[in-house]
Design a protein around this ligand. Structure first.
Ligand code: MN
Length: 327
């Protein structure tokens, strides 16, 4: 018997479950947690929902998102536990030991790196989101797909596929989503809430950032500069800086986008974004790090000195880039 079928069998034989997903909760972890919880409730089970971290504001409209507890003291290790969207137990933060002490651990995930740390593991790296796997489970259980379930699963799948733009989007993804839309879920309303809407403070900060825009290296390098004073005056949070730096890269023809954030007199945070360049290498040369298309570093010295050094390294990288244009 497959673990998938064993999970169906296990659900039938138990009355109470804990459910948890990973730290730094995102759309898939929250959506699949809520949908799996509601599925079990529809079968008459007692459930408790947990997440090691704060639920971001933009997901709190989801029904019962306010019932997800961040409190590890409330976690009762005598119940079987569903772990959703978490490639390994370390991602459970302070809940890790209590989750691992549970009598049965049902690991449901789509990360190719999943450590198979469950008693039962339903891991499908072909699935675009854990929400796609939860959909399969609720179908196997013959659960009636209602609006609340569909909304949670739509949030899960649309966030992990970047609004169906990433290459993990498959024909099956769209088949599942077609079923979700049949319940009356609105893609327009949901995408406005989870992708488009931002606080006014963000736009006030963006206005300042855009007015600082400078272009270099035949308009393949875009730079914006913000000071801590400006950020505080706008009311924006440091999280909002992540949204700003993407604007540098998204300009047509730009290969490398940089945001300088002057945190104090002699300290500057530098964010890099690219289309083809490996900016983790660039950040590494400046004692920072990160991912291939998104990286950063923190530098000491006057803003002018930092900028000069970063531009010099950036020009070297851009000079090595094969021509052919961005996008
Ligand atoms: Mn996921």
């Amino acid at each position: 018997m497959s673990d998938r079928n064993r999970i169906i069998e296990l659900i039938a034989g138990e009355d109470s479950f804990n459910l948890i997903s990973h730290m730094l909760p995102d759309g898939d972890s929250i959506g699949s947690l809520l949908a799996m919880g509601r599925t079990l409730e529809k079968l008459g089970k007692n459930i408790q929902l947990f997440a090691p971290g704060r639920i971001p504001l933009k997901y709190r409209f989801l029904n019962r998102a306010d019932l997800i507890s961040p409190d590890d003291a409330a976690f009762d290790s005598s119940r079987p536990v569903f772990v959703l969207d978490s490639s390994d137990a370390d991602r459970l933060g302070s809940f890790k030991e209590k989750v691992l002490a549970s009598p049965k651990l049902i690991n449901i995930d789509h990360h190719v790196t999943n450590q198979r740390y469950g008693t039962l593991n339903y891991v499908d790296p072909e699935a675009s989101a854990t929400g796609e796997i939860v959909f399969d489970i609720l179908q196997a259980l013959r659960i009636d797909l209602d609006f609340e379930l569909a909304e949670a699963l739509y949030v899960a799948i649309s966030t992990d596929t970047g609004s169906f733009k990433y290459d993990n989007t498959t024909p099956h993804t769209h088949t599942v989503v077609a079923r979700l839309l049949q319940t009356g879920v609105s893609p327009g309303v949901l995408s406005q809430k989870i992708f488009d809407e931002r606080p006014l403070s963000f736009y006030i900060l963006l206005k300042e950032a855009l007015s600082s825009l400078e272009m270099y290296f035949n308009r393949t390098l875009a730079i914006m500069t913000i000071s801590k004073d400006i950020r505080i005056r706008s009311g924006a949070s440091t999280d909002d800086l992540d949204g700003i730096v993407n604007y540098t890269r998204n300009i047509e023809g730009v290969e490398l986008g940089i945001l300088f954030y002057v945190e104090q007199e002699n300290e500057v945070k530098v964010g890099f974004r690219s289309k083809r360049l490996d900016v983790s290498v660039l950040a590494g040369k400046l004692n920072g790090g990160g991912h291939v298309r998104a990286a950063g570093c923190r530098m000491h010295g006057s803003f002018e000195a930092v900028k000069e050094k970063v531009l010099a390294e950036s020009f070297l990288m851009l000079a090595d880039l094969p021509t052919g244009g961005a996008n």
